[in-house]
Structure formats: C-alpha cells, structure tokens
Design a protein around this ligand. Structure first.
Ligand code: URA
Length: 241
C-alpha cells in the first residue's frame, strides 16, 4: 500500500497533509527518510512520523462482485462462500463482508477488516445509499405505488408491523427497476416488491455510496482492492474523510 494512504488510514491526517509531511522529510520507513508518498509499505515495516513510532492499523478494503449462488459468509462447509474468492495470502487478515446479500443476490459487497467503517456503512445514522437492479414479474409499477415507496410504509409480511424507510424506485421497463435503499432490513428489496404483488426474479446490487459494479454480471466473482477514489467515497459517506 502507498505510504500516504497507510498513514491516512491510521488517522494521522488527510492525504494532502501527509503528502506534505512526507515530502518535507518527516517520515521514515525502517530508519530511512522517505520523501515519495507513493513508496510502497507493508504492515511489517516500521514507520515513524516526526520521530514517533506509528502504530499502523493497515486496514484493507476490497470490492467483491458476488455471484448468485454464493453465501455472504467467510466459512461454510457445504455451500460456496466469500472465502472461496479470497486469495490465500489474505486469509489471515480478519476480513469480513460489510452487511450481507442473499444467497441469490449478486453484486457489490465491500470486504474489509476496518470495523469502524463497516459499522458506519451499515448504521442507519449515515443513510448510505445502496442501489439494486431488480428483474421482476408482475404488473407495472403505478405512480401511486412508487409514491408509497418514496414516502415509506408499514409492512406486515412477518406477522408484525415493520417500518420500511423511504426508498426511490425508478422503473426501466415492465421487468426491470432500480431501487435505492438507505437501510438494510433482511430481504428488503424482495419484500418491498412482494408487498406490491411483484416477484423479484433476479437481484443485483450495483452501487453503494457511489462505488459501482457493472449492471451486467460479466465480472461476477471478481475480488479486487478498492481504488483510492472508491475508498474516499465510502469514508466521505460515513463522515470519516
Ligand atoms: N434486499 C434483498 O431482498 N436481498 C438482498 O440481498 C439485499 C437487499
């Protein structure tokens, strides 16, 4: 990981403040002053800033495009799960998925060992937008139904009342629609569609806090590190930037 990013991840300042410090010779790696912010460091390196040892958290952030038919779990004896897609050298890094997608939902999952970011991304306090692309069967959405979704409503599909927060529905055609949620109740998209007598046939999460995967499923199964811009989107959305 880049030196400036690792220091920023450790909460020592903004990336531009840290680049400034690095270029002025305030940072040493293994006893050598490093003035290049893009210098590559790892968690075994010993780093000092202004002569003080830095306890680098070295958090890791990945984007997994979950295929349909994979459990959102790090371990399962019977079914394919996320761990099957994580390279061996990362298996000791205490990574876990942020929230969960149903077994039959594909799409964007953040996988990290940053507990604070994970907590905030899932907390209703930060209202982090998540966009789903649903393929469904049923009558076309009416303007009235879309307005009910937009204002929030009470659902009783489990035998008790539960509030569904306001969400944005945008129909594409009679079989496809985008739904943006800012909370994460279990099976929420499928339950919202079912409430209006529509059955979700396929579901894909395509965006979270501005971080995107393709709408098509061609990249399903890919696991890669978040770019710095993507990480910044998540940090901004959760008040951590
Ligand atoms: N809503 C659902 O119904 N399923 C998911 O996997 C995510 C949101």
């Amino acid at each position: 990981m880049r030196l400036d990013r690792l220091l920023a991840n450790s909460g020592l300042g903004t990336r531009s403040q840290l680049r400034d410090k690095i270029s002025h010779g305030s940072v040493s790696v293994n006893g050598t002053v490093i003035t290049d912010s893009s210098f590559h460091v790892s968690e075994t390196d010993s780093i000092t800033l202004d002569g003080q040892d830095i306890n680098c958290k070295n958090n890791l952030y990945f984007l997994f495009d979950k295929p349909d038919g994979v459990l959102t779990a790090m371990e399962d004896k019977r079914l394919p799960c996320i761990a099957d897609y994580i390279p061996d050298e990362l298996k000791t890094k205490k990574l876990s998925p942020v929230g969960r997608l149903d077994y039959h939902t594909s799409g964007l999952l953040i996988v990290t060992n940053d507990g604070e970011l994970s907590h905030r991304l899932q907390s209703p306090k930060y209202q982090v937008p998540k966009i789903y692309l649903a393929t469904y069967r049923g009558l076309a959405w009416t303007d009235d139904e879309t307005a009910v979704v937009a204002s929030g409503f009470t659902i009783r599909d489990k035998g008790y009342a539960e509030e569904i927060s306001p969400a944005e529905l945008k129909t594409i055609d009679q079989e496809h629609a985008y739904l943006t949620l800012r909370e994460g109740k279990t099976h929420e998209v499928r339950r919202i569609f079912a409430h209006f007598n529509k059955e979700v046939l396929e579901l894909r999460r395509i965006e979270l806090a501005g971080v995107k995967v393709t709408e098509g499923t061609g990249n399903c199964g890919s696991f890669r590190e978040l770019t710095e811009d993507e990480l910044n989107l998540l940090l901004k959305a959760t008040g951590m930037a």
